[in-house]
Design a protein around this ligand. Structure first.
Ligand SMILES: [Zn+2]
Length: 91
């Protein structure tokens, strides 16, 4: 599945780690890996993304390693079994 980054540049390290904690809280997925389709690095940041699905305006959180999170500029292919968690849930 292709996703695009909607994270802005000024997000702090702390905020990105908080989004990963958020993803872990709501996800039923036990996977410990980065969401990028071929990446086996451990999760480090939660990243805010949009899907390319028609009519889907929701913002989702996905887990990514630090390298992919920091170099995520445009479109990204994530593994199909990655659980994407809507960012609008209330903790
Ligand atoms: Zn990665």
């Amino acid at each position: 599945m292709l996703v695009s980054n909607v994270m802005d540049e000024i997000r702090t390290e702390q905020a990105k780690e908080n989004w990963l904690a958020y993803w872990k809280h709501f996800s039923r997925c036990q996977d410990q890996y980065c969401a990028e389709v071929n990446c086996l690095n451990p999760q480090h940041h939660g990243v805010l993304v949009k899907t390319q699905r028609a009519g889907d305006a929701e913002i989702y959180v996905i887990p990514m390693c630090k390298d992919h999170s920091d170099n995520f500029t445009s479109l990204f292919e994530i593994a199909d079994n990655t659980e994407i968690v809507p960012a609008s849930y209330t903790l």
